[in-house]
Design a protein around this ligand. Sequence first.
Ligand code: DC
Length: 226
Amino acid sequence: MKEIQIAIDGPASSGKSTVAKIVAKDLGYIYLDTGAMYRAATYLALKHQLTAEDSREIIELLEEHPIGFGRSEAGEQLVFVGDVDVTHAIRENEVTNNVSWLAAIAEVREQLVALQQRIAGQGGIVMDGRDIGTVVLPEAQLKIFLIASVEERAQRRYKENLSKGIETDFETLKKEIAERDYKDSHRAVSPLKAAADSLTFDTTGVGIEEVVAFIENKAKALIEEG
Ligand code: DC
């Protein structure tokens, strides 16, 4: 059967990864969380006290400690930097609040985009991020751009953090999300932007199942088309 590429882009906490994971599982496709890759690189940079001025050192570190993925016995996707499991560490506030400067470094993006494209070459894929439909997989057959209000996204992140035992203040979270939106959309390289041929879906007040059904119906139609 024909395998397609599905690009899911959108701002922080718009539901991308939750939905992408389910769609990938249902279709038997690879799921790639590109945000986790930028987070893993940020974790590495912070661990070595590097800043936005140290792009060469960051690239070298990424070559020494490549980002990789694995799966736990319970089926959870694991993220590695070299052989260190950073799955949980990359969700901490310190990483979240520093990822925007790292993601704005062109050379770092080049390296991560090349890796993302190599992974996509393995077959059917659902990839989520900010620039998947515009830069990473411009030929993707299905491009989805998910949006939701800042209020709702802050609520989602708040609940997610609570379930992971991470303490956060709701108002601070809202401010941080709005700031990250601004930085992600206004950076010079690969800003967050809907591809001209993407379908925008507002998930404010919409259940996950409904978003998944929308994407899977589109995907199945494309697969059957051959
Ligand atoms: O999806 P996320 O919140 O885990 O992403 C973390 C950060 O990584 C986000 O603030 C922007 C950046 N990012 C990016 O620049 N390009 C991508 N394809 C994915 C994420």
